[in-house]
Every structure is written in structure tokens, then in C-alpha cells.
Design a protein around this ligand. Structure first.
Ligand code: NAD
Length: 490
């Protein structure tokens, strides 16, 4: 079985405690590799390496940083297929999605390469005209990055690309379910020629290696992407050292369909929202809000298409939905669907674990649940699986009320050709991202993040860059006047 070590100071490093954890292939439910089980000692070494590299990196010119980020983009492009295959095997996401992500990833680094030159501060005109006051955007230092299991390299990059552009160093603790591609990625960072130790990866368990990283006094900011229960622990741990965090959490996003929408696009938009990536995406449009006059037609179209989805080996080109990444997720999805049917939801596609036959892997059939009420647990809790809940509404006001009646606030979709309504709704929806007549679009150039229990902070775009800087205000007295009264504010 393949064995993966930590990546510290640009070298493969065995875990201090000598222990390893299995990593599973969700198609076979069998372990296919081992990853190092990181402890505090390993985290300390990685943070030391990062702090050492940061001392030089923060003094590096914007052009030098930009060139390295651009070179990394080229190296990623050369290894895109390898990264995609590794992620697909490790977490079961279909190769067509992972290939798309990895082929597109170089652009994310090229965008932030250009941003290296966009860290201008400002000169502030003060009433005290003899003082020159200007600001600088300083890097934090060592940033801790904790991505979730789904799309580990892309979601690591949401934080890593701007963090490096802004002059920070990083220690990454990937999910114990999805570490191997992040380790390969760290090698590519070294191949591109970044200073040794600038990017380090410690693998292992969240409460062990992850907790040590968040608690480390030299880690100056933490970017956490994952579930709400973990986020609460991470935020509390970070608060002990008054450490700022970005929390990118889950959602229960509403995809809202009005009668004037184009039904062909709507069907694909709903499918993209919930069945792409097998529903294992934070922006899953897991609540379909359908106007009562067209709900039956939409449910029929989506259910018919859902029944034809090719479920199988994610490494095959024709596969549309792979297995869920962990048996616990598959079992939770199954239990929640059964409970929803028990309280009145009607499965118009999937719903039954047995429908896929006797498979070793952690598969769950694409499922559409009609007649869901927004108060049911299935409409309130994040499932992270291929399950769409259909809720009917009668007018715009009701659609808004249902969409916003959620503890989460990550994303929302609106399907209408009525321009006024689209903008009205976009204004009123409590979500960090709103899509009109499209769904699941993302760009390195546009800020991304949630509201309410979906988290805080913004990644990507210019806002995402500035998250990795702290503003320093510098005051320079230019007059030759001697300093006066020491007991007043000046
Ligand atoms: P998770 O919360 O179980 O784990 C996330 C990460 O936290 C993992 O790397 C894990 O090892 C680590 N961790 C666990 N306990 C920790 C601790 N005590 N201290 C420090 N780190 C710890 O989440 P998951 O199951 O990997 O991912 C699924 C969740 O992520 C879903 O809720 C999904 O919506 C969310 N997500 C959000 C976004 C976003 O950008 N908003 C993107 C993708 C996924």
C-alpha cells in the first residue's frame, strides 16, 4: 500500500509519533494508501519551517512573487491529470468534474499572480497637514489552512493563492479523508521554485493535528472550510489566542423557479445544483422552491433526468455521480431520507439505498423528494448528498420568506426572465452568492463566502486578497516643530 508522509520544509517527513492512518477508496470501501498521523510535534516543525520561510518571503518583490505564482500555474497545468485522478480516487468525485477543476486551476494562480502588484495602501489627508499618513497592507505571517474533504486542492487554493500573493507562508492540514492530492500539490509548489518551507502540509486527524495548528501561537490567521460543528471548535480554539478566522461553512441553498423561466435550463440548473459532485458541495441547491403552477412539471422533468443519471466508478468518463466519500455520510443521508418520507415527503426519484443493487462502495441514488415542508429537518439540515427537497410557493413574497427561513446563508438561485423581479429578489435574499438563470458558477475574481451559519469572511477576488493582509497606518511628522504638551492626544 502506498504511504504518504508530511511535507515540511520541502521534504517528505515521517510523523514524529511513527503512526499512520488509512485512506479509503469510496468505490471499493477499501483502504488504498496510508497517510501520516500528525501530532503537535509535527505541527510545531511545520510552523517553524513556515515562519523561517516567511522572514524572507515578506521581503520578496511583488514581481518575484508574481513570477513564482505564474510558474506554479504552469506546473499545475502539466500535472492536472495526475491531480484529478488522485482526488477522484481518494474522495470518489467524478473525473469529469475533477479534470475540469484541475485544468482550470492554473488560472486561479495566474489571477493572484497579477494581484501581487495590487496591494497599494493609501495616503490619507489629515487635518494636521504637517503629518504624512499612509497605510500598508502587511501579510499576517504563517497562515493555517484547513480544507474539507470535497475538492481539497481547489478549496485549499481559495486561501493559498491569495495568501502567498500577499506575502504569507502556509501550513495546510487537509482532511484525513482527502490528503493525498494536497500532498502532491505541495510538491508542485516546490517544483515551481518557491522558497523551501513556504508551504507545508501536515496530515492527520482534525482534533489532533488540526487543533494543534489552530492553537499554535505562531499561526496568525486560520482559514477553515468545513462543517458547522467543527467550525465552532475551531473558532473557540482560535479565540484563545485572539486569532482571526475565515469560516467557510455549509448551506441549505434555495433554487427558486418562477413560471416564466425556461424549463430546459431550469432542469439543468436544478440538476447542477444538487447532483453535480453527488451533492457533496457547500453550494448545493438542495431546496428547490417551485411556483405552484409549474411545480409538477419541474418535478417530473428533474425526476426523469435523475433516474437516468449514470451512477458508478468516478474514474470512468461516462459516470455522472460517484459514491459518497464516507460511509457515515451515506448512512446519514439514508436515515434522513427515510425520516422525511416518514413525515410526508414523496420520493419521485431514488430514495431507496437498495435500488442501486449490492455495491461495495458508498453509493446513494440521486433522490428527489416532493411535498417537503420547509419546517421538516430535511429542509433545514445540510445533508451533503444527492437529495433534492421540493417546496412549493404561491408568490414572490412567500418564495423569499421560505428561502430566507434557513439557519444558513451561503447561496441562492433565481430562475426568471422578469428583470425587475430578479434584482428585487437578489437584493432581499440572505445569501453570500446569488445566481440568476444559472447555478454553481464560481470565479477566482469574484468574492465568495456565507452569511449566518454559513460563516464569515470572503475568499477570492480583491476582497479575498485583502483578507490575507492587515492594515498598518504610518504617521510621519514632517515639520521641524518640537513636540509639545505630552498630556494631550494629538
Ligand atoms: P469537517 O468539518 O468534518 O472537517 C473539515 C476539516 O476540519 C478537516 O480537514 C478536518 O480534519 C478538520 N478538523 C476536524 N476537527 C477539527 C478540530 N477540532 N480542529 C481543527 N480542525 C479540525 O468537514 P468535511 O466533512 O470535511 O466537509 C464538509 C463540510 O464542509 C460541509 O458542511 C460543507 O458544506 C463544508 N464546505 C464548505 C465550503 C465553503 O466554501 N463554504 C466548501 C466546501 C465544503
Amino acid at each position: 500500500m502506498e504511504r504518504f508522509l508530511h511535507r515540511i520544509g520541502s521534504e517528505d517527513v515521517a510523523p514524529a509519533a511513527g503512526e499512520f492512518l488509512p485512506t479509503f477508496n469510496p468505490v471499493t470501501a477499501q483502504p488504498w494508501a496510508e497517510i501520516a498521523r500528525g501530532t503537535k510535534e509535527d505541527v510545531d516543525r511545520a510552523v517553524d519551517a513556515a515562519a523561517g520561510a516567511f522572514a524572507g518571503w515578506r521581503k520578496t518583490s511583488p514581481s518575484a512573487r508574481a513570477e513564482l505564482l505564474w510558474r506554479l500555474a504552469d506546473v499545475i497545468a502539466q500535472h492536472a491529470e495526475e491531480l484529478a485522478q488522485l482526488e477522484s480516487r481518494d474522495i470518489g468525485k467524478v473525473i469529469r468534474e475533477m479534470r475540469g477543476q484541475m485544468v482550470g486551476l492554473p488560472r486561479w494562480y495566474r489571477y493572484f499572480s497579477a494581484q501581487c502588484h495590487n496591494l497599494e495602501g493609501s495616503v490619507i489627508p489629515l487635518d494636521k497637514t504637517s503629518i504624512l499618513n499612509y497605510t500598508r497592507h502587511d501579510p499576517y505571517g504563517v497562515v493555517g489552512i484547513i480544507p474539507p474533504f470535497n475538492s481539497p486542492v481547489l478549496l485549499t487554493s481559495f486561501a493559498l493563492a491569495p495568501a502567498l500573493a500577499a506575502g504569507n507562508a502556509a501550513v495546510i492540514k487537509p482532511s484525513e479523508h482527502a490528503s493525498t492530492a494536497v500532498l502532491l500539490f505541495a510538491r508542485l509548489v516546490d517544483e515551481a521554485g518557491f522558497p523551501p518551507g513556504l508551504v507545508n502540509v501536515i496530515t492527520g486527524l482534525g482534533p489532533e493535528a488540526g487543533d494543534a495548528l489552530v492553537g499554535h501561537p505562531e499561526v496568525r490567521k486560520v482559514v477553515f472550510t468545513g462543517g458547522l460543528p467543527t467550525a465552532r471548535k475551531v473558532a473557540a480554539r482560535a479565540a484563545e489566542s485572539v486569532k482571526p478566522t475565515i469560516l467557510e461553512l455549509g448551506g441549505k441553498s434555495a433554487n427558486i423557479v418562477f413560471p416564466d423561466a425556461d424549463l430546459g435550463s431550469v432542469t439543468n440548473g436544478i440538476m447542477a445544483g444538487i447532483f453535480a459532485a453527488g451533492g457533496q458541495t457547500c453550494i448545493a441547491g438542495s431546496r428547490l422552491l417551485a411556483h405552484e403552477t409549474i411545480a409538477d412539471r419541474v418535478v417530473e422533468a428533474v425526476s426523469e433526468r435523475a433516474k437516468t443519471i449514470v451512477v458508478g466508478d468516478p474514474l470512468l468518463d461516462e459516470t455522472e455521480v460517484g459514491p459518497l466519500a464516507q460511509p457515515e455520510i451515506r448512512d446519514r443521508v439514508n436515515d434522513r431520507v427515510r425520516a422525511a418520507v416518514g413525515v410526508g415527503a414523496v420520493a419521485t426519484a431514488g430514495g431507496d439505498l437498495g435500488a442501486l443493487g449490492d455495491r461495495a462502495g458508498w453509493f446513494f441514488p440521486p433522490t428527489v423528494l416532493d411535498r417537503v415542508d420547509n419546517d421538516m429537518p430535511i429542509a433545514r439540515d445540510e445533508l451533503f448528498g444527492p437529495v433534492l427537497s421540493v417546496i412549493r410557493f404561491s408568490d414572490e413574497e412567500e418564495a423569499l420568506a421560505i428561502a430566507n427561513d434557513s439557519p444558513f446563508g451561503l447561496a441562492a438561485g433565481i430562475w426568471t426572465h422578469n428583470l425587475n423581479r430578479a434584482h428585487r429578489m437578489a437584493d432581499e435574499l440572505e445569501a453570500g452568492v446569488v445566481w440568476v438563470n444559472t447555478y454553481r458558477s464560481l470565479s477566482y475574481a469574484s468574492p465568495f463566502g456565507g452569511r449566518k451559519l454559513s460563516g464569515y469572511g470572503r475568499e477570492l477576488g480583491r476582497e479575498g486578497l485583502l483578507e490575507f493582509t492587515q492594515t498598518k497606518s504610518i504617521w510621519v511628522e514632517t515639520s521641524e516643530e518640537p513636540m509639545g504638551d505630552p498630556f494631550v492626544l494629538r
